[in-house]
Design a protein around this ligand. Structure first.
Ligand SMILES: CC(C)(COP(=O)(O)OP(=O)(O)OC[C@H]1O[C@@H](n2cnc3c(N)ncnc32)[C@H](O)[C@@H]1OP(=O)(O)O)[C@@H](O)C(=O)NCCC(=O)NCCS
Length: 402
């Protein structure tokens, strides 16, 4: 089969949504469909065509992703769908090729996605760059903590009025951790504070609780819903420090007529896991790859992030899909910046571009990949040196499946 890869025009957005629903076995209500439509109009859209028939589709959000020391433009893949009649004939591969060309034209150094199946994206150079934990608290008794919670008042906000209050805290958290997305008002409304008008979830509209006096900058917030069965589902929490986090977790674990708190995604270094006095009642029930990252332009991406310590290493990078990234390069990096140039010198480390992506935000230690047989250390100590340079104060985290 020859599949044509073309931009998908606005007039075909409904066809694309039908195809996505078919591929994901999903039915969407009117409100969700309207939201998806609105989202897609803001995205770059690529279609795979068999003649005039749309047989594959993917969209790319134009994102700004936090990376150590700043943020970079990134294509956020979404709605990746191929018709069941046309799978395994190269439609996705073709669409990926189309996306790389668009990334280059738009100056997007990175691409990222949430994978419905982990086996799909490594071959396209994506590595898992952030990890998330699902945490459950047995809240049948008061939550016992080893630190004192922040004593400032808690108040509930109408989600419609919440963004000016909680937005700055989100931004502060985003500056601390790689892997987080910039949000505008529409993104907050669609992805974080959306009312479930179709009634698909059993939690009703989101509640927003804020720590701090009215009129003063907030010290923390949580967005949550209470499900019928007495579970407090925490969608997102941001706290300026540990005592603010303690106040919010204590509140969430003390809501009447509830028995459990479930936070679907928290960072692996969330302080709750240390300051909870009884870890039998605060359990990690899931640990999973969150954001898959692709370094579309390795040289530009490596020289754009900040570095914690000096490193001078030669990397031999494999990249089947984007040959401009492949070959031997000397990376000279340190707190004052980085240079990355082709070299004929022997390599200290050899690795696939997906492994480089896994390490890029500081969430995966290269030494672990070497031990797992996924990267080759040719000069003893080179992986340790590069790990020290890649290290970040906080682990990267992506807490929203856009
Ligand atoms: C996943 C999906 C997009 C793949 O599209 P496709 O057009 O069949 O993919 P391609 O033919 O380009 O396959 C490229 C390669 O990926 C592999 N691959 C594709 N889907 C895979 C999967 N689910 N698991 C493992 N490998 C997969 C193919 O075997 C092929 O391998 P090869 O290069 O070694 O031959 C398609 O099956 C689909 O729409 N599935 C349902 C929706 C979905 O899961 N989307 C992904 C959301 S993150």
């Amino acid at each position: 089969m020859t599949t044509d890869i073309r931009d998908l025009p606005e007039a075909q957005v409904d066809r694309a949504l039908d195809l996505a629903c078919l591929a994901f076995h999903e039915k969407t209500g009117d409100a969700a469909r309207k939201r998806h439509r609105e989202t897609l109009l803001d995205c770059d859209r690529v279609g795979a065509y068999d003649g005039d028939d749309l047989v594959g589709f993917t969209a790319a959000h134009r994102l700004r992703l936090s990376v150590p020391g700043g943020e970079l433009p990134a294509a956020g893949l979404d709605f990746v769908s191929v018709a069941p009649t046309h799978r395994r004939r190269g439609a996705l591969t073709g669409m990926m090729g189309g996306l790389w060309r668009r990334c280059a034209a738009a100056g997007q150094l990175l691409a990222c996605l949430w994978a419905s199946e982990d086996a799909i994206y490594g071959r396209f150079g994506f590595g898992t760059a952030t990890e998330a934990y699902t945490v459950e608290i047995d809240s049948t008794r008061p939550l016992d903590l080893r630190i004192a919670p922040d004593g400032r008042p808690l108040r509930l906000l109408d989600p419609k009025d919440a963004v000016p209050v909680i937005g700055p805290l989100y931004e502060a958290g985003r500056a601390r951790r790689g892997g987080r997305l910039a949000r505008d008002e529409a993104w907050w409304r669609r992805s974080v504070l959306a009312d479930d008008e179709d009634g698909d979830s059993d939690g009703g509209p989101p509640c927003v609780v804020v720590l701090g006096e009215k009129g003063a900058p907030a010290a923390g917030y949580a967005v949550y819903q209470v499900a019928d069965k007495g579970t407090v589902n925490v969608q997102e929490m941001e706290a300026a420090d540990a005592s603010a986090a303690a106040a919010l977790w204590s509140y969430l674990a003390s809501i009447d007529l509830t028995r459990k708190v479930r936070a679907w995604a928290v960072p692996a270094d969330d302080p709750l896991l240390l300051f909870a006095a009884d870890r039998d009642r605060v359990r990690v029930t899931g640990q999973w790859p969150a954001l898959w990252l692709r370094l579309v332009d390795v040289a530009a991406a490596l020289t754009a992030r900040s570095w914690a310590a000096p490193a001078d290493v030669v990397l031999d990078v494999r990249d089947r899909a984007l040959p401009a990234n492949a070959g031997r390069f000397r990376l000279v990096a340190g707190p004052s910046g980085a240079a990355y140039e082709p070299t004929g010198a022997p390599a200290d480390l050899a690795l696939d571009v997906r492994e480089l992506a896994a390490c890029y935000l500081g969430g995966t230690r290269l030494r672990r990949l070497v031990r797992a047989g996924l990267a080759e250390e040719r000069t003893p100590g080179a992986a340790r040196l590069l790990d020290a340079a890649l290290e970040t104060e906080y682990l990267p985290f992506t807490g929203e499946d856009y």
